[in-house]
Write a protein that binds this ligand. Structure first.
Ligand SMILES: Cc1cc2nc3c(=O)[nH]c(=O)nc-3n(C[C@H](O)[C@H](O)[C@H](O)COP(=O)(O)OP(=O)(O)OC[C@H]3O[C@@H](n4cnc5c(N)ncnc54)[C@H](O)[C@@H]3O)c2cc1C
Length: 481
């Protein structure tokens, strides 16, 4: 007879870690088992060197606000990040997460643009955002002396005569999502939840009683096994699509994913690190997917500072960094092939962009960095391979957001897509709880309010509450306001 549990989490990334911890808090009696195919947690996208570590809150990323007069999406992203900040603060209070600097650090978020058109756009974006409570600290400047104070590397030896401008918000952050993931799994294990490393889930089959039978294989020794669960979360990153397809739920029909890899230039040269304490985003190149916007980032991982620049897009047919070459072919079904072909035919500018990125030599990548940092020297920088992003294709369109796909009966749910990703994990998981456990939400609500004081409130609409909440979490997380 196979073993039976309440919850199986597939994948040891930040999504499973967050959902598992929330469920442990809400329903301590439930038995939870996590399967991770690799030898440790946080080895794919949630690893600090596989993502950029930006606490996405739309303070600096232009792709969340293409229309400089419309802040709605930017506000939504910021509100979601405030939810993450509140949960992490509560987790510190409860001893679930260690001291904040082990996973989050204050790092101003800046946007830097050049050329008249982009300068006019940035100015208007600033005018719109400064009226919003959650963006009240935003500053704008076209003055090289001011920008030089904010981020000297941007200004040193910059050519005179071209118009440029920058915004800065001091309240920005750099997050080590790998550290969050590791700490949450360590807590889960202490609470009796089991973590099975080197275990790859192979197949999912629904039983007539509505529960799920999962077949897995221990990658060390190749021993197979089977487990039964009342609820399954497919937090398998790029491989979520394969597992949801294996489960055969009708809701996954029509979906496909398109993998886009990335590389960063990284330096640990202390002289450079000491001069750049910001995350500086800019405008995306024509045809570039929104998440390929170049940025020059201060990073802090395991207490050590570094700078990262990128991402440069790469291509591999794998859906995970440590995925398989046949991933891209294995997903093809009658129900999604039409949509995928349409995406190929209608995204020629993306294809052109990807090809141009793939052809870029190391020297050309350093040249791109010099647009941000004119004094950059190739010898200071190494190229590192980032995580794979499996972008959602649906209805003939390539989408750049994150999407939860859940079965109508709420017995299984999985997460597709990549952006804004880890920063908004908590809100994504709260939505998933609502979708999958509608009849338990009333009982869980008091506990959720305890963990997330503004649970269910649109924070930006209440200026006083927004300021109070941001100030309280800033204090707990050691961030500036
Ligand atoms: C280049 C890049 C930059 C990014 N920058 C940012 C950023 O600045 N800010 C931000 O908030 N987000 C960013 N993201 C997005 C963020 O990293 C992801 O949204 C987040 O880490 C996804 O977490 P996850 O748990 O879903 O997936 P992952 O961390 O990828 O974890 C999935 C896990 O599932 C395991 N797995 C897969 N299949 C199986 C199976 N069959 N059985 C058992 N285990 C399995 C994998 O081994 C892996 O450990 C970035 C992503 C990339 C790639």
């Amino acid at each position: 007879m196979s073993e039976s549990v309440d919850v199986v989490l597939i994948g040891g990334g930040v999504m499973s870690a967050t959902l598992g911890t929330l469920l442990k808090e809400l329903q301590p009696d439930w038995k939870i088992v996590t399967f991770e195919r690799l030898g440790d947690v946080a080895q794919e996208s949630s690893n600090p060197w596989n993502n950029a570590g930006t606490g996405h809150s739309a303070l600096c990323e232009l792709n969340y606000m293409p229309d400089a007069n419309d802040p709605a999406k930017a506000i939504g992203i910021n509100e979601q990040f405030q939810v993450s900040r509140q949960l992490w603060s509560s987790f510190i209070d409860r001893g679930i997460l260690d001291e904040a600097s082990t996973f989050i650090n204050s790092t101003p978020h800046m946007t830097f643009v050049r050329g008249e058109k982009d300068v006019a756009y940035l100015k208007q974006r600033y005018e719109t955002l400064k009226q919003q409570p959650l963006f009240r600290g935003i500053e704008y400047s076209e003055d090289s002396r001011v920008i030089n104070q904010w981020a000297p590397l941007l200004m040193q030896k910059r050519r005179k005569g071209e118009p440029f401008a920058a915004t800065r918000v001091e309240a920005g952050s750099d997050v080590d999502f790998g550290s969050v993931t590791r700490q949450l799994f360590a807590y889960l294990e202490k609470q009796g939840a089991e973590l099975r490393l080197n275990h790859e889930v192979k197949k999912l089959r629904k039983k007539s009683d509505g529960t799920w039978d999962l077949t897995y294989r221990n990658r060390v020794g190749r021993t197979p096994g089977r487990i039964n669960a009342r609820f399954v979360f497919v937090g398998a990153g790029g491989w979520a699509i394969k597992l949801l397809q294996s489960a055969g739920i009708p809701e996954i029909k029509g979906y496909g994913v398109f993998p886009i890899g990335g590389q960063f230039l990284k330096t640990t040269n202390p002289k450079l690190v000491a001069q750049h304490e910001a995350k500086v985003y800019s405008q995306a190149a024509v045809g570039a997917p929104p998440m390929s916007v170049p940025h020059l980032d201060a990073r802090r991982v395991d207490g050590e500072g570094s700078l990262m620049f990128g991402p440069f897009a790469t291509f591999s047919p794998k859906f995970l960094k440590q995925g398989r070459w046949i991933d891209i072919v294995q997903q093809v079904r009658l129900s999604n092939i039409g949509s995928m072909l349409k995406v190929g035919a209608t995204n020629l500018s993306l294809v052109r962009y990807l090809v141009s990125e793939l052809l870029k030599s190391r020297a050309e990548k350093i040249e791109s960095l010099r647009e941000f940092m004119p004094t950059a020297e190739g010898d200071d920088w190494e190229l590192i391979q980032a995580g794979q992003r499996a972008q959602v294709m649906k209805g003939g369109k390539l989408q750049f957001g994150t999407e939860v796909v859940s079965a109508a009966d709420g017995s299984i749910a999985g997460l597709l897509g990549a952006s804004p990703g880890a920063s908004t994990t908590v809100s994504i998981m709260l939505n998933l709880l609502r979708d999958c456990f509608p009849d338990r939400m009333a009982a869980w609500e008091p506990k959720l309010r305890d963990l997330i004081p503004t649970y269910g409130t649109a924070l930006n609409a209440d200026a006083d509450l927004a300021v109070r909440t941001e100030t309280a979490t800033a204090e707990k997380l050691g961030l500036r306001v």
